[in-house]
Design a protein around this ligand. Sequence first.
Ligand code: SPV
Ligand code: MN
Length: 633
Amino acid sequence: MPRYTFVQEEYDYMKLLRERIDPQNLEKLLRIPIPELHRWIADIIRVANPSRVFVNTGSPEDLEYVRRRAIENREEYPTKYPRHTVHFDGPRDLARDRLNTKILIPGGGEIPFVRTMDREEGLKEITELFRDAMKGKEMFIGFYCLGPRDSPFTIYAVQVTDSAYVMHSDNILYRVCYEDFVKYGDRIRYLRLLHSAGERDEHGWSKNIDKRRIYIDLEDETTYSVNTQYAGNTVGPKKLAFRICIYRGYKEGWLCEHMAIVGVKGEGDQLIYITGAFPAGCGKTTTAMYADTLVGDDIAMIRNIDGVPRAVNTEIGMFGIIDGVNPRDDPEIYRLLTSPETEVIFVNVLLTEDGEVWWVGKEGEPRKGINYAGEWWPGKKDETGKEIRPSHPNARFTISLKYFSHLDPRIDDPMGVPVDAMLFGGRDSDTHVPVEEAFDWVHGIITKGAALESERTKAVLEKAGVREFNPFAILDFLPISVGKFVELHLRFGRGLKKVPKVFGVNYFLRDEKGNYLCKKPYAKVWIKWMALRVQGVVDAITTPTGRIPVYQDLVKLFDRVLGEEYPEQLYEKMFMVRIPQHLAKVERIWSIYEKIPDTPPELFQVLREQKERLKQYRDRFGDYISPFKLDRR
Ligand code: SPV
Ligand code: MN
């Protein structure tokens, strides 16, 4: 089946390309010997009607051109540092649009927790939305790969967009690999990622937000995004390609995960590699920054290579949350964001009149300028009388990973890094201990991954936030049923000779007064403990839900890693086994999966066993069990 393109009838598309693309850019395009690609581009030009076309080869001149065009188009504003620019998405376009992001499936199809739409209907709608969407604008074509090149992991993608900002972001976040397309031509299988910001208003914001659509066509490995600018909706190789990769992985038996990849030094400085999944704002970047080496902070592809699970980062950059970034807690990121040497795109921060960038967390005071909602001055209020924040809570920065001093040199290793452990973390005030090892792969995948929940981050401080089911921290991105995604992990585990340990972490546990029990830097201790467990050099205590650290081991780690004492009472509070909360959790998770038709039966078996263990411990020790009462095993 040929892939869908906007124009159905036959026509002389080469003639159209020659007429609509200047000779220099046409030559760049035609160096790639893929007629199907030429036809796709021609169809987009015919329908979306851009006034000019730029082909980005990744040469220094081309990269600089895209950057310059972003400024000339007023998609990015210059600042007092030439390498820093600021982009604004506009007040109604500041985050991922869950409601209008849909998976196109022939006949529609009902998948619990997945927004789907009939493919034919979706393609018809999107074709109309693209009609004249690029009128008067320049269209950019870029060639990228996810993961290292010339590797079993490599996934190629072509991004087409009328936003220089989007392509500028692509250029920072992904490997540009135009030359691979030239070299391999028709042998390349590639994703097609099409975007248009649509009509923009006098601020430069996308005007037709009500017609914002993000559609993912799994069959064609093509994504469409229109009338939006926020990178999570538009930067194709990021969250749009992610859904296609998850699907490809499902069919082929490998994992594409919403996970950071880090190296942690264990005993003898041996590097232990850990991949970790967290919902946004729950400690993923913190973990990535506290580790000894950094491979990735958002998306990992994991394959079984000769029985060993190996992981690569799809990206080479970071699209990080800037809110709250301060010199004390985030010294490295702060240094990079304030250094004139770093190429940064700041997103939805405050840009002051004198070209200074400011965000909540930055030193000094905010001054008059422009932000995500237009002009801003200290004390400015919205229509409801509420003060407008100088920078948005989802304000971000885009930078290359090459600047990080702890970047792992193996980021470009075509074979990736071995996965020694996987961890799952959510925001949980009252159930899970700060760190716990699962009994085995299946137990971990089900009770830590598939059962992951997280409290909504905007919850009022005093009240516990609303718990949301977010299995594997990937729910927003799943193109298939959660049940199938769980089954994939069980299948993946069965094929491994070297099976990773699985851990759960919870940086957000609170005491009965509502105070957080863990400080941010404690995360360093938890990941060190995991490395020591992988090496098999420390014991653990068995609880009904997994294995937890022995007090004396943590005393040593707190001293060595943080130079802090670790009082017995604090340990006891943190690692108290909370039976009623765990039993309630088993019930919640059970009742969710009960309604998901393709849930593997092992899931219920493992939950049943967990429940039995919890009851047995309750009978012996009561509802709340001090870790000092339990055995090492
Ligand atoms: C996330 O929300 O998980 C992100 C940012 O990493 S976005 O690109 O918006 O998805
Ligand atoms: Mn993410």
